[in-house]
Design a protein around this ligand. Structure first.
Ligand code: OAD
Length: 256
């Protein structure tokens, strides 16, 4: 979204900025779209290159890892490489600014890339784990490796010899319960709830904006296209998060 589009959004941005300035508890749910402008591929936009022929559902499951551990490990290694080379973008940085300004702020992310932390966000609820951490596929114990092996074979657990796997939530697995509890508490107590760069189709994260709205929060969606959240959002800001979020922060707290 260029400046002309921001100008078209001007009235909307002013109104959301006013809500942002007045809010007591701002909660934000982010998805892969917030890291898209850092060059980290999203899940449901067309995958490129080598991985274009697989859907995430074919790779991000315990069954896929059992069947084809080398393939799944190689996919994660490729994603870790991309993430290591990525840098946080202006959307991540705008959320750091909101954390500094809001009386209470909760950042909930479905992303496993750690870019919110690297941007400077202090407290981040990681609903789907973190791709840089590794755990034993048998016992679930976190194992700090690393020298990442050059080939596609997953490394072995030093305790039991089972394959190590990334500490991320796969389809069909439970979310970390404490993270989910904290996210739900935030959704039900926030007065302003942003949904940024997520297709909002993966549960239970997708139900957080619904819960927020049910408990009286004003819901604001920031995305480049409509999602299931669009219907229930009080405000919809259509455009890249890296443009919309900084514009909102500037409008809410203008610097002299
Ligand atoms: P998706 O890939 O499903 O959705 C990305 C969303 O970001 C889409 O709605 C895009 O329209 C939007 N988008 C793309 N570029 C954007 C930009 N510059 N600014 C704003 N929005 C943009 O990713 P998620 O919703 O995060 O789970 O996917 C949810 C979960 O499904 C992931 O955490 C992952 C995946 O399977 C697990 O790995 C458990």
């Amino acid at each position: 979204m260029g400046n002309h589009l921001l100008a078209a959004h001007h009235d909307l941005i002013s109104r959301v900025a006013e809500a942002l300035r007045r809010a007591h508890h701002v909660a934000v749910l982010t998805g892969a779209g917030v890291s898209a402008e850092s060059g980290v591929p999203t899940f449901r936009d067309a995958q490129t290159g080598l991985w274009a022929r697989y859907s995430p559902e074919e790779l991000a499951t315990p069954q896929a890892f059992e069947r084809t551990p080398h393939l799944v490990w190689a996919w994660y290694r490729w994603r870790r490489d991309r993430i290591r080379r990525a840098v946080p973008n202006s959307a991540h940085r705008a959320l750091v600014e909101v954390e500094h300004r809001a009386p209470r702020f909760t950042l909930i992310t479905q992303n496993v890339d750690g870019l919110h932390h690297r941007a400077g966000s202090r407290r981040v609820i990681e609903l789907h784990g973190n791709i840089m951490r590794t755990k034993c596929s048998r016992e679930g114990i976190i194992v700090h490796t690393w020298d990442e092996p050059e080939d596609d074979a997953p490394p072995m657990c030093p305790r039991c010899g089972a394959y190590l796997r990334p500490d991320v939530v796969w389809f069909g697995e439970m979310l970390p319960q404490e993270a989910l509890r904290a996210a739900l508490e935030a959704a039900t107590s926030a007065d302003l709830f942003f949904v940024v760069g997520t297709s909002a189709v993966v549960q239970p994260a997708a139900s957080l904006p619904v819960e927020a709205a049910r408990h009286g929060a004003t819901v604001v969606e920031v995305n480049v296209e409509p999602t299931p959240v669009t219907r229930l959002a009080h405000y919809v800001l259509t455009g890249p998060a890296g443009t919309v979020l900084p514009a909102l922060v500037r409008a809410a707290w203008p610097t002299p």
